[in-house]
Ligand binder design. Structure first.
Ligand code: NAI
Length: 332
């Protein structure tokens, strides 16, 4: 039998946590043959609720689930984990300044970075979901210098999947036949959902470009982009709560593809540490198209970027540069 993999979920008593932990325990994250031990962290005011989640995990009798650690102690939570999914954070409350929210999250991610660095398993892979996701991941990277930067990422797969969903609805094709959209940049409303390289596999087996099939540049360059950018707000308006099941599902997609690999000819979007590819400033956590193999991601190189796209790539990079400066100003 395979050794269980230890998976940390922070903010596990929250909405996304409640949707995510059963997916992990069912094998959605790492496949149906991989046993897991769940480590769940939350803060003391949520301790009772976290314990309730643990009770439900026991009651669900998941065959793959070999143990549950539910704790408010960050060291206990991080000890020995192979995968860390960071969902916990400080939400923006009404009337709060951006800087105040940033400051709270910077201190959370600084502390959790140190705990992961000291106590996680070697080669632990980290996914930051909590907003501001890219900048939280950057802070985590800065304060966990012994964790390789290739092991630290943030979630833009939800935006990627939303883009696939919009194209599938528009063309009335199965979402599984649409591929190679790209989310560039920040997980925020400046992100750039790019369909210039996306394709659809037709029932004939032929692959055609999305741009050709949609044949409506005004929609692709306008409403499509804003719909994907604003989808989170639309869900909040409809549900009075933010996206949770789709965020949890995207987090599983992100880790699964990272660990088990992307299918041949398919890329996905991940927020990763920029090496300067596509003239994105190095040293930002920025969402790029990536392929994964043997547990490592690499940025897809050589895609053509037209003038329209260039502006959008730069705009979201500028926002991330500002966020980075704001985060650093909170440190001093
Ligand atoms: P939630 O408020 O329901 O849950 C957050 C949980 O984190 C709460 O249980 C809270 O007690 C806990 N928490 C707060 N500080 C913590 C700390 N220092 N350590 C451990 N746990 C802590 O929020 P929800 O809806 O589950 O969302 C979680 C985060 O994910 C938010 O920041 C949200 O903005 C973000 N998000 C990101 C998405 C993405 O695509 N990157 C998509 C959707 C949400």
């Amino acid at each position: 039998a395979q050794e269980p993999v230890r998976v940390l979920v922070t903010g596990a008593a929250g909405q996304i946590g409640y949707a995510l932990v059963p997916m992990i325990a069912r094998g959605v994250l790492l496949g149906p043959n991989q046993p897991v031990i769940l480590h769940m962290l939350d803060i003391p005011p949520a301790a009772e609720s976290l314990n309730g989640v643990k009770m439900e995990l026991v009651d669900a009798a998941f065959p793959l689930l070999k143990g549950v650690v539910a704790t408010t102690d960050v060291v206990e939570a991080c000890t020995g984990v192979n995968i860390a999914i960071m969902v916990g954070g400080f939400p923006r409350k009404e009337g709060m300044e951006r800087k105040d929210v940033m400051s709270k999250n910077v201190s959370i991610y600084k502390a959790q970075a140190s705990a992961l660095e000291k106590h996680a398993a070697a080669n632990c892979k980290v996914l930051v979901v909590a907003n501001p996701a890219n900048t939280n991941a950057l802070i985590l990277k800065e304060f966990a210098p012994s964790i390789p930067e290739r092991n630290i990422s943030c979630l833009t797969r939800l935006d990627h999947n939303r883009a696939l969903g919009q194209i599938s609805e528009r063309l009335n094709v199965q979402v599984s036949e649409v591929k190679n959209v790209i989310i560039w940049g920040n997980h925020s409303s400046t992100q750039y959902p790019d369909v210039n390289h996306a394709t659809v596999k037709l029932s004939s087996g032929e692959e055609k470009s999305v741009r050709e099939l949609v044949a409506d540049d005004a929609w692709l360059n306008g409403e499509f982009i804003s719909t994907v950018q604003q989808r989170g707000a639309a869900i909040i308006k409809a549900r009075k709560l933010s996206s949770a099941l789709s965020a949890a599902s995207a987090a599983c997609d992100h880790i699964r593809d990272w660990v088990l690999g992307t299918p041949e000819g398919t890329w996905v979007s991940m927020g990763v540490y920029s090496d300067g590819s596509y003239n994105v400033p190095a040293g930002l956590i920025y969402s790029f198209p990536v392929t994964c193999r043997d547990g490592e991601w690499s940025i897809v190189q050589g895609l053509s970027i037209d003038e329209f796209s260039r502006k959008k790539l730069d705009l979201t990079a500028e926002e991330l540069t500002e966020e980075k400066a704001l985060a650093y100003s909170c440190l001093s």
